[in-house]
Design a protein around this ligand. Structure first.
Ligand SMILES: C[S@@+](CC[C@H](N)C(=O)[O-])C[C@H]1O[C@@H](n2cnc3c(N)ncnc32)[C@H](O)[C@@H]1O
Length: 230
């Protein structure tokens, strides 16, 4: 199974071997299986809350077992992502992709509340939400997470924000993802237009808040014009 562009971009961020990868909200498990196949970690844990999905995935992994590298173990955990237990003596990469930004924030907050500071200090979060990225980023900043990397991924006429954060990064995460934009690229400009259109429609819900969101996104264009003028 060939990974989608979005899942490939996530996989590419795990470019040095780590101890444990958590494929959270794994559903089909495509990402975790690809990571297992290339021994990206000593252990890959698949986590999803839906029992039927996990029974099927467990069967599939058992069938694949003889073809998988022997230096990587796997585990299937049917549970709420918020309940995962990170080990403080191991390097963890927690991946959460393909869920809404508000839920994703709630899941990261839950993991952080349920694990020790020492374990979190050894953890990188790689997140790729569907929508609500401004809310997600605002929440991640409040949780004290710093930026490791961020990029825009274009797939099937849709743009995804791929954000990597950790408590140990000193770099500031911004609400608009300042470092990921190249507004000379039509796809990035189109995504910015989409966000501005969306938040303009939201103005009648809470003018003060959404005007601030719009101003934040518009200032990305000012940076571009500044670049151009210098
Ligand atoms: C659309 S799939 C994402 C699949 C894959 N991560 C991707 O990006 O292609 C979303 C999955 O999140 C799972 N999910 C939602 N809330 C969850 C939670 N609190 N704990 C564990 N899994 C959850 C759902 O059961 C579903 O399988």
């Amino acid at each position: 199974m060939k990974l989608s562009k979005r899942l490939s971009a996530i996989s590419a961020l795990i470019n040095k071997p780590v101890d444990v990868i958590w494929d959270c909200c794994c559903d089909h498990g495509y990402l975790g299986i690809a990571l297992l196949k290339r021994s990206a970690a000593k252990q890959v844990n698949f986590v999803d809350i839906v029992d039927t999905i996990m029974v099927e995935l467990n069967d599939q992994l058992k069938q694949l077992s003889s073809t998988l590298p022997s230096n990587t173990a796997w585990d299937v955990q049917c549970q709420d992502v918020r309940a995962i237990k990170l080990n403080q003596n191991q390097q963890n990469v927690v991946v959460i992709a393909g869920v809404g930004g508000e839920l994703l924030l709630n899941l990261v907050a839950g993991i952080m509340a349920n694990n020790t500071k020492a374990a979190l200090a050894n953890t990188r979060f790689i997140v790729c939400p569907i929508h609500h990225t401004y809310t997600l980023r605002t929440g991640l900043i409040k949780l004290g997470l710093g930026l490791e990397s961020e990029q825009l991924i274009s797939e099937n006429n849709r743009i995804y924000e791929l954000i990597e954060v950790s408590v140990s990064s000193p770099a500031a995460l911004t609400r608009t993802g300042q470092s990921m934009w190249d507004l000379n690229l039509p796809a990035h400009m189109q995504y910015l237009d989409q966000l501005l259109n969306h938040y303009n429609k939201m103005l009648n819900k809470d003018e003060l808040y959404f005007q601030k969101v719009i101003t934040d996104y518009q200032s990305l264009n000012d940076y571009k014009n500044d670049d151009f003028n210098h």
